[in-house]
Design a protein around this ligand. Sequence first.
Ligand code: GDR
Length: 325
Amino acid sequence: MTRVLITGITGQDGGYLAEQLLDEGAEVHGLVHTQDGTARALADAHPRLHLHGGDLADAEGLRALVAGVEPDELYNLGGISSVAYSWEQPVLTAQLSGVAVAVLLQAAWELQERSGRLVRCVQASSSEIFGQADRSPQDEDTPLRPVSPYGAAKAYGHSIAAAYRGKGLHAATCILFNHESPRRPVTFVTRKITAAAARIAVDGRGTVELGNLDARRDWGWAPDYVDAMVRAARHTEAADFVIATGQTHTVAEFAEAALRRAGVGDDWADHVEVNPAFLRPLDAEVMVGDPSRARRELGWTPTVDFDEVVGRMVDHDLELLREGE
Ligand code: GDR
């Protein structure tokens, strides 16, 4: 039975990843910072899921966890995931989304040396490592030019994974572009919009306050991206893989699609306001990925398009409001 260790198991991707691997019959171990309701519900539902309390800032604890679980596959999804929040906590972001990657990879390397078994590692890298990219679309050879504490920390994690790969560890990275689902917290723009669109449609009034409406992002479906990480772990060669759809839309287009889907008609723009509080010190205007390598080498392809991502999220938020009535 494949034994897997996931950091960030209570996040959007961690949950989908745990479910996919449990469905395949794997024994899944997850690092959890606090045993919150999501974690408990997951563990209660799955006898092959084992949760371990711990902290990505605790190097000794991480090392002991990897040594104790002895995973065949290690997925590092943990850390600070919000670009906006990383400006409030730059040092913590460096620790949790940067330094912890080195700690985990070193622990995996030591386990591999001791056991003589391959430890397949996947680092959840991010399109934010490209920041103000010098080319579009971005692929695995695009230079790293992060423009936020989050992007900088992720760029370190990305680079240290390559270093361990050079040393002989199966350290793959998936350079994940934005990927969404109804499990996204409302701190991210897509869910903020779909939750607000549902509310506005039900109340017949109200607005959603946003920052940069012109930012173009490449939005995919989170479970597809999790599947790419599993493929990257099991691929013969560890490598960097861009995981993206190759299509972009602006934040304004997302808002229009969501409000229309919720039932607000042609006056959708009356329900969108710009609030400078949500603007970032620096924000890449366009992020779009070229997933050719993942398609070619992993046989991976996105299965859900933009309209369907928006539709599923809005329908879920409408359903939540109906249930609450
Ligand atoms: P991002 O996601 O920073 O790309 O990181 P987010 O949804 O927060 O922002 C996307 C774009 O929308 C613009 N924007 C707003 N963003 C937020 N959160 N709130 C607003 O009101 C708002 N208005 C406009 C942002 O400026 C930005 O351009 C996500 C995370 O999942 C990361 O962990 C991951 O690495 C990257 O995607 C790829």
